[in-house]
Design a protein around this ligand. Structure first.
Ligand code: C5P
Length: 211
């Protein structure tokens, strides 16, 4: 079974995707990490993530080590959203993601374009969202727990500009697939959001085990 989980930053899609992967015993790919790794690699080389040539070069030489804590930083997130605008970068990362989705037995992938581009034939598609205020508050809490001194306003500004860039780009913009089901986590705890995701998959997914 292939499960596609898409949605904007800090919507809870990563947490939900990991929980679904555990539940169905499937491998999980956080595709945001690929774009973050490309963005970070351009930054570390002193380059400009807005340059298509530099971003493509980084995408072509992407290492497979995705456990660098720097990938979770706001700088890497912003650089990811800048490199992900370039169609050539998206094309360079396509095979790796499609290959993962095609694993025997299936997989869970989360990102922005899984249900629309990477795995349009996924058995279950969730579009996870939450209000910008709730997402900014969650992200701010995460950053404070990481020991970073950032203002709630700066985080809100970052979330809004990332939403705007991800939704308005011409290459694979963030949008809900027509056959996806919407899960709004604004008023849900983590456990309630995971339960809701499982129920939606059991109700709407193809080939979903009813357990
Ligand atoms: O999900 P995460 O916040 O880690 O993603 C970082 C950025 O990578 C997003 O803001 C988006 O611009 C880009 N991305 C994308 N397509 C994906 C996953 C992430 O364009 N499938």
């Amino acid at each position: 079974m292939i499960i596609a989980v898409d949605g904007p930053a800090a919507s809870g899609k990563g947490t939900i995707a990991r929980a679904l992967a555990r539940h169905y015993e499937l491998p999980h790919l956080d595709t945001g990490l690929l774009y973050r790794a490309v963005g970070l690699s351009v930054l570390e080389a002193g380059g400009d993530p807005a340059s298509p040539e530099q971003a493509l070069e980084a995408a072509r030489h992407l290492s497979s080590a995705f456990d660098d804590p720097g990938l979770k930083s706001e700088a890497a997130g912003k650089a990811a959203s800048l490199v992900s605008v370039h169609p050539e970068v998206r094309a360079a990362l396509l095979d790796r993601q499609r290959h993962f989705a095609g694993r025997p037995g299936g997989a869970v992938l989360d990102g922005r374009d899984i249900g629309t581009v990477i795995a349009p034939h996924a058995d279950a598609k969730l579009f996870v969202t939450a209000s910008a205020e709730v997402r900014a508050a969650r992200r701010h809490g995460e950053l404070v727990r990481m020991g970073l001194d950032v203002s709630p306003d700066a985080v809100m500004h970052d979330i809004r500009s990332r939403d705007e860039r991800d939704s308005s780009r011409s290459a694979a913009p963030l949008r809900m697939a027509e056959d996806a089901v919407l899960l709004d986590t604004s008023d849900l705890s983590i456990d309630a959001a995971i339960d809701a995701a499982l129920t939606l998959i059991q109700t709407h997914g193809r080939n979903a085990a009813n357990d």
